[in-house]
Design a protein around this ligand. Structure first.
Ligand SMILES: Nc1c(O)cccc1[N+](=O)[O-]
Length: 241
C-alpha cells in the first residue's frame, strides 16, 4: 500500500513543492499519497481563530488546541505517528527517517507562532505515537520548512521512490561518515586537476583514497560524528588515513 503523508498547516500553499519532482513522480506511481490540509478548516469561529495569548504570560501567541483536536480526529488514521516539528524536539536524523519509512504513514502538525498548546501532543499520544522533533538549532517561523525536509528524507527511503538504489546506500551519513569530494569531466578545469588515483582504474586504491577523504572530511567538519562511531568501526588503515 502507498505510504500516506498528511500535513496540517495554516499555510497549505507553502507545501506545494511536495507535489513536484521526485515526490511528484512517486505520488503518481502510487508509492506515496500526500494530503495537505488547511487547519483553519477546523476552526469554530467566523474569524477562523487558531491562536491566543500564552497562559502565564510571555511573548507571542500559542496555537489553540481545539482546531488541532478536530483536525487530527478527521485526518489522522488510528495508530499513525504524529510528527510535530519544534525547536524543542529530539533530533531528526537519518536513523529516525529510516525507522519512519517502515511505517504505513505519517501525519505532520505544523506549528506557527510560539508553538502548539502542549495538550495537543499529550492528547494525541492516546491514539498513536507522537514525535516532537527538531531538524536543527536555528529559529524558523514555523514547522512547514521542517516538514518539507522530513518528508523528503523519509519518502526517498521508500523502495522505488529513488531510481538508483545505490545512491541511497552511499549517501553521506549512511555509514556514519561524511561523503568525500566528487569529480567528473573534464579532467582539468581552471587549471585544477582531478586527483589522479580516480583516473587510475585501480579500484582498491580508489576505495582506500575515498575512505581516507571521507574520514579526513568528517574529522575536519563533523568531529561529533567520528566520536559517535561504534567501537571497531575504524580499522588500522582508517587510523593511518
Ligand atoms: N527549528 C525549528 C523552528 O524554529 C520551528 C519549527 C520547527 C523547527 N525544527 O524542526 O527544527
Amino acid at each position: 500500500a502507498a505510504f500516506r503523508v498528511d500535513v496540517l498547516t495554516i499555510f497549505p500553499e507553502y507545501l506545494a513543492p511536495l507535489g513536484q519532482s521526485l515526490l511528484g513522480k512517486a505520488a503518481q506511481r502510487g508509492l506515496v499519497d500526500i494530503g495537505v490540509h488547511d487547519l483553519r478548516q477546523w476552526t469554530g469561529d467566523v474569524h477562523r481563530t487558531v491562536d491566543d495569548s500564552p497562559y502565564g504570560g510571555g511573548p507571542g501567541m500559542v496555537m489553540r488546541p481545539e482546531p488541532w483536536g478536530r483536525a487530527l480526529e478527521a485526518v489522522r488514521p488510528p495508530g499513525t505517528r504524529l510528527v510535530v516539528p519544534t525547536p524543542a524536539g529530539r533530533p531528526f536524523t537519518q536513523a529516525v527517517a529510516a525507522q519512519w519509512a517502515t511505517e504505513p504513514g505519517l501525519v505532520f502538525a505544523c506549528g506557527r507562532y510560539e508553538g502548539i498548546d502542549q495538550r495537543v501532543a499529550d492528547w494525541a499520544a492516546g491514539s498513536g505515537p507522537v514525535s516532537e522533533v527538531s531538524i536543527g538549532d536555528y529559529v524558523l517561523a514555523g514547522g512547514e520548512s521542517a516538514v518539507l525536509v522530513m518528508v523528503e528524507a523519509v519518502t526517498r527511503l521508500i523502495p522505488g521512490v529513488v531510481g538508483n538504489a545505490d545512491s541511497v546506500e552511499f549517501d553521506s551519513h549512511a555509514d556514519g561518515l561524511l561523503e568525500g569530494p566528487s569529480y567528473t569531466r573534464p579532467a582539468s578545469w581552471q587549471g585544477l586537476e582531478v586527483p589522479p588515483v580516480l583516473l587510475s582504474g585501480d579500484h582498491a586504491a580508489i576505495a582506500r583514497w575515498r575512505r581516507g577523504q571521507s574520514l579526513r572530511r568528517t574529522a575536519d567538519r563533523r568531529p561529533d560524528l567520528l566520536a559517535a562511531l561504534p567501537d571497531g568501526a575504524l580499522d588500522a588503515a582508517d587510523r593511518a588515513a
